[in-house]
Write a protein that binds this ligand. Structure first.
Ligand code: SF4
Length: 76
């Protein structure tokens, strides 16, 4: 399983994650922050779980590009 998290309230809206991984991140037109697509919100931590390990590479690029380090990628 791959687990991606986004601590959304700390997003500064720089768009880097979207550039690196548009399949999983999109900018919200409402508040200008990143949205982790198909994720579930638990107290501000948005989490996406996927059995598809192919997504790790692009999600890690997004995590590395994020200047405030609010994206994590874990493999279990
Ligand atoms: S890279 Fe980080 S700070 Fe920039 S938009 Fe994405 S989540 Fe927000």
């Amino acid at each position: 399983m791959v687990i991606i998290t986004l601590q959304r309230d700390k997003c500064i809206g720089c768009n880097y994650c979207v550039e690196m991984d548009p399949a999983h991140f999109q900018m919200s037109k409402k508040d200008g922050k990143s949205v982790l697509l198909h994720s579930q919100n638990a107290k501000g931590f948005f989490t996406l779980k996927s059995p598809n390990h192919v997504i790790v590479e692009s999600c890690e690029l997004a995590a590395k590009a994020c200047p405030v380090k609010i994206i994590t990628v874990k493999e279990t």
